[in-house]
Every structure is written in structure tokens, then in C-alpha cells.
Write a protein that binds this ligand. Structure first.
Ligand code: LMR
Length: 371
């Protein structure tokens, strides 16, 4: 077991200032490390934190690596406080103290893909990990306010696992399902990058909405909503769709046994974290975002306006990646209209396949909870 981090290094926020706490679960891993660096070095600037003291509480089962990463980060001269938590740590360095009082939990914990694996192949291992972490979140966080951002794969199946675990643990309905967001931003970023490259526009990358899920054919980039794609042939758009859907595989192949996307995922996870953190710190209005979310409460009623309309268009699926309006209370609106604007190919070719695959992925997560 590693020594506890040096107390001078475990810089904690001053009691007198308002503070904002992020618990990062899986902080020493391939995504966790660059994410930690971005949070420690950039988050206070990205959110204009002002007098709010940001505290990054890092947890990982790889205790020695985590303590080293923490010591390394703690030498960076930013006002973001960092603390290290690991199994076997004392009370100040436990998972419980990492989660206690967290405003936001960010979770990239779990195993990464190797060549030849699909994201679904990670399910058996990662479902147990995130279910156990969700139980700890329920035990130590305020389910009526905390936001959970899930990066761990397979997102399509693990968001249902986390949502249902948290629902099972809550003592009274807390609306937690409105505040669990599967991070799918990397798909939109890839779509934007690949379209920008195709159009030779590397300065002002187009924004491409992506709906559905975060795996293979469940990823539905809506290029029809981008004027920049208007002049492209159907074959070119089809190639771009394929490349976005297989973007993760491209990286797994390129890393040749050394894992999957970590840096681009950390970049996208950080962007989403900054967006949600800014909203929670400043409380100055709802924000537009895009994430893989639950569409129903535990009793089957819609989580927000637009959820029922989306389920009428997505074959009745209870989870879907879609543009949303988000407030500190969670999802306020499901912006389902995007489905009405799909072009013929997106609606009749891509969406049915997306739904068919996503239904199986969701079922996997739901069945796991029933076992
Ligand atoms: C990605 O899209 O790159 C990530 O989900 C990692 C993976 O396994 O593909």
C-alpha cells in the first residue's frame, strides 16, 4: 500500500470560500490522467471560477500510480485543489471522502479495449466496476443534487446500469436519472474534424449533431444538419458516417494493443465537464448540451418535455443520445425535433439500424441489474 500523500501536497480548499468539488473515478488511468491534468491546469479558467475554490478529488484502485500522479499534479501552481483517494487509504484518502460532498462525479473508470474487441466485450468487467461505484456514489453523495458524467464503456449499456443502481439505492425519488449523462461528445468532435478535413476547412470546424448511442452503428451523425456537407456526394457522406462510427476502432488499431482513445476522450470529457461545472457554479441559466440520457423515471414517466416525443420516434427506447437542455436540476428538455429533420437516408437507413443495436445494448444493462 502506498504512503498517504504528503499533507502539504494535499492542498484543500479554504473553508471560508464557496467550493465546487469534482470526484474523478479512475483518475490514474489512460483517460483519467490527461483529464486530471486538464482539470488541474485549466478548469478554473474555463469556468471563470472567480472566488469559487475548485477541488479535484482523484480516486483509483491503482493506488501507487494515483499517489504519484497526485504528487505530480500538486506541483502545478493553479488554485485547483487536488486530493488522492484509493482503496486502503485512511479516512481522508478513502473512496468515501473522495465522493463526500461532490457536486459532480466524472467516471472514466474501467478496462479499455484491445484490438479485436468491441465495446460490448468490456461489459462484463466494466458493469461490475460502475455498479459498485454507483453504490458508493449513492452512499456518499447527495442524490438530489449530484451530477454524474459517465465515460466508461460500453456507455450504451453502462448508463442504464448506473441509473438503475442509483434508483435502487435512493431512499425517496431524487430525480437522479435526470443527472446521469453518458459522455458522447467524442462522436460529435470526430464528425466535426472529419467533415472539416473533407471540406478543407481546418479553421472553423463545423458542428455536427450526433444522436443515438456511442458504439458502431448506434452512432448516428446528422450530416444533413450541416450546410458544409451540402455539396458532398452521397458516397462521401456515407464514408464520413462510417469513419465516425468506427472512429474508436481506428484508434484501437493505431495503438496496436496499447489501448483505445485517451487523449481525444479526455479533451471531450473536459469540455463537457467545463460546460456543466460552469452552469453549476454560476447558476445563471440553463445550457444546451448533448448526451446519452435516460428518457424515463423509475416509474416509466418521461423525465422531461420531449422525452415522450423522442420515444415515439426511437422505437420506444428509454435511453438515447440527443441534444438536451440542462439545468442544475438535470435534464429539462429533450430536443427531439432533430429526429424530424433527418434526411431520407438518415431516417430510413441509419436510424432503424441504430435502434436495433441500441435496443440490445440497453437490454444488456437492464438485464445485468435484474440478475
Ligand atoms: C472511443 O470512441 O474512442 C472510445 O469509446 C473508446 C473505444 O473503445 O472506442
Amino acid at each position: 500500500m502506498p504512503h498517504s500523500p504528503h499533507p502539504n501536497i494535499m492542498t484543500m480548499p479554504s473553508e471560508s470560500l464557496p467550493s465546487f468539488k469534482i470526484a474523478l473515478l479512475g483518475a490514474a488511468g489512460g483517460i483519467g490522467q490527461p483529464l486530471s491534468l486538464l482539470i488541474k491546469s485549466q478548469l478554473h479558467l474555463a469556468v471563470s471560477a472567480g472566488a469559487t475554490r475548485i477541488h479535484l478529488a482523484m480516486y483509483d484502485v491503482a493506488a501507487e500510480t494515483l499517489v504519484g500522479v497526485h504528487a505530480d499534479l500538486a506541483h502545478i501552481d493553479t488554485p485547483v485543489a487536488v486530493s488522492a483517494h484509493f482503496p486502503g487509504g485512511d479516512a481522508a484518502h478513502s473512496l468515501g471522502s473522495c465522493l463526500q460532498g461532490a457536486d459532480l462525479v466524472l467516471c472514466p473508470a474501467g478496462m479499455a479495449r484491445r484490438p479485436g474487441m468491441t465495446r460490448a466485450d468490456l461489459f462484463a468487467t466494466n458493469a461490475s466496476i460502475v455498479r459498485s461505484l454507483a453504490r458508493d456514489i449513492a452512499m456518499h453523495c447527495d442524490l438530489a443534487t449530484v451530477h454524474v458524467l459517465l465515460i466508461s464503456n460500453p456507455v450504451n449499456s453502462l448508463v442504464p446500469v448506473v441509473v438503475r443502481t442509483l434508483q435502487q439505492c435512493e431512499l425517496q425519488p431524487s430525480g437522479i436519472e435526470k443527472r446521469v449523462l453518458g459522455v458522447t461528445a467524442l462522436d460529435a468532435t470526430r464528425a466535426s474534424t472529419f467533415l472539416g478535413e473533407e471540406c478543407g476547412n481546418l479553421h472553423d470546424f463545423p458542428r455536427v449533431p450526433v444522436i443515438g448511442g456511442h458504439s458502431g452503428a448506434t452512432i448516428l451523425p446528422v450530416f444533413s444538419q450541416c450546410p458544409q456537407a451540402d455539396d458532398l456526394s452521397q458516397q462521401t457522406v456515407a464514408k464520413l458516417v462510417q469513419r465516425v462510427q468506427n472512429g474508436g476502432d481506428e484508434v484501437v488499431k493505431a495503438k496496436n494493443g496499447k489501448g483505445s482513445a485517451t487523449l481525444a476522450m479526455a479533451h471531450c470529457g473536459f469540455r463537457m465537464l467545463a460546460q456543466v461545472s460552469r452552469m453549476l457554479i454560476h447558476r445563471d441559466g440553463d445550457i444546451a448540451a448533448s448526451a446519452y440520457v435516460a428518457l424515463t423515471h423509475a416509474d416509466g414517466t418521461p423525465v422531461a418535455p420531449g422525452a415522450q416525443e423522442l420515444m415515439a420516434r426511437n422505437g420506444g427506447l428509454h435511453y438515447f443520445a440527443v441534444p438536451i437542455t440542462l439545468s442544475p436540476q438535470g435534464v429539462e428538455e429533450i430536443r427531439y425535433r432533430i429526429v424530424d429533420y433527418l434526411n431520407y437516408n438518415e431516417l430510413n437507413e441509419l436510424l432503424p439500424v441504430c435502434i436495433e443495436h441500441l435496443r440490445k445494448d440497453i437490454e444488456l444493462g437492464v438485464q445485468f441489474q435484474l440478475e
